[in-house]
Design a binder for this molecule. Structure first.
Ligand code: MN9
Length: 295
């Protein structure tokens, strides 16, 4: 396990005001709450934050607000990915200026860029700041999958320190960690956290940890203590909730559950659909049955 980067990080959701503006105060409240609940760090402006539905100004203000609330207590990784290299560099420079600990980036998408173009994109971002970089590997959404060969090339830049691995290819996860033990590997699918840890991940970064920080940490702690049966038991509980979360939309559901704990988040941005009444009822039920008793 990596000495500096490990454990359970929340990929922070983005709270909105009733007018649909980003609610930075509520976001800072969430940061404090998750630190109190024992989380080890934050992944800011990622998929979970609805990053591609946020303006540049909002993304820049969000990282500033999170670093400020965190006040050096936990690690803050800022996702800076964009289709445009220049935009990604802009986000990275801003993250460095704000005091983030590291950056991360999804590969540029939509135009089906070549492997060489994608490699160059990462090299350009890594050379633009002094911050360490976690490649965000999420083939389902980006259409591009990291390979051992590409990683080998990217490793020539000393700012590359790891991978956020959102894929169910556990064989590749294991290979990355085994061939590059100095790299940090984050498990990205929360529903496979225990599997990722067993295959070598240093920890997990995920959306659902916003609303189940205790339970997610129980999976991690049981694994670290060497108790695989217990790790699996907690993962099963986590998955009982994740199943309902996925059924009603991950980000809207995570926010809905946090509202049960006193937050006011005002849903998700269009074209994401708002939470349905049926979804609210099912989430309320699973909250009472699984989340609350496992605190
Ligand atoms: O990368 C997250 N993926 C997205 C991490 O945000 C799209 C995960 O935390 C998933 O939301 C979660 C549910 O499938 O595993």
């Amino acid at each position: 396990m990596n000495a500096e980067y490990h454990g359970i990080y929340a990929a922070l959701v983005t709270p909105y005001t009733s007018e649909g503006k980003v609610d930075y105060k509520e976001l800072q409240k969430l940061v404090n709450y998750l630190i109190e609940k024992g989380l080890d760090g934050f992944y800011v402006n990622g998929s979970t934050a609805e990053a591609f539905l946020l303006s540049e100004e909002e993304r820049n203000n969000i990282i500033k607000a999170v670093v400020e609330a965190n006040a050096g207590r936990k690690k803050v990784i800022c996702h800076v990915g964009a289709i445009s290299t220049d935009q990604a560099i802009g986000y990275a420079k801003n993250a460095e200026k704000c005091g983030a600990d590291a950056v991360s980036a999804i590969s540029p998408f939509y135009y089906k860029f070549s492997e060489q173009e994608i490699i160059q994109y990462y090299q350009d971002i890594m050379s633009a700041t002094g911050l360490p970089m976690f490649i965000y590997n999420f083939p389902n959404f980006s259409g591009f999958s990291l390979t051992e060969e590409i990683l080998e090339k990217l490793k020539q830049n000393k700012n590359l320190i790891g991978v956020k691995f959102t894929s169910s290819d556990m064989f590749l996860l294991e290979q990355i960690k085994t061939l590059h033990p100095e790299l940090v590997v984050w498990n990205g699918f929360d529903e496979m956290l225990s599997a990722g840890l067993i295959m070598g991940a240093d920890g997990g970064i995920g959306s659902t940890y916003n609303c189940m920080p205790e339970l997610a940490h129980k999976v991690y702690d049981a694994f670290v203590s060497g108790d695989i049966a217990k790790t699996h038991k907690f993962q099963e509980k986590l998955n009982q909730v994740i199943k309902v979360i996925c059924k009603y939309g991950v980000f809207a559901s995570v926010k809905e559950i946090l509202e049960m704990d006193g937050f006011a988040f005002h849903g998700v941005r269009r074209p994401f659909a708002p939470m349905t009444e049926e979804g609210k009822r099912e989430l309320q039920k699973i909250y009472k049955e699984v989340i609350v008793p496992n605190r």
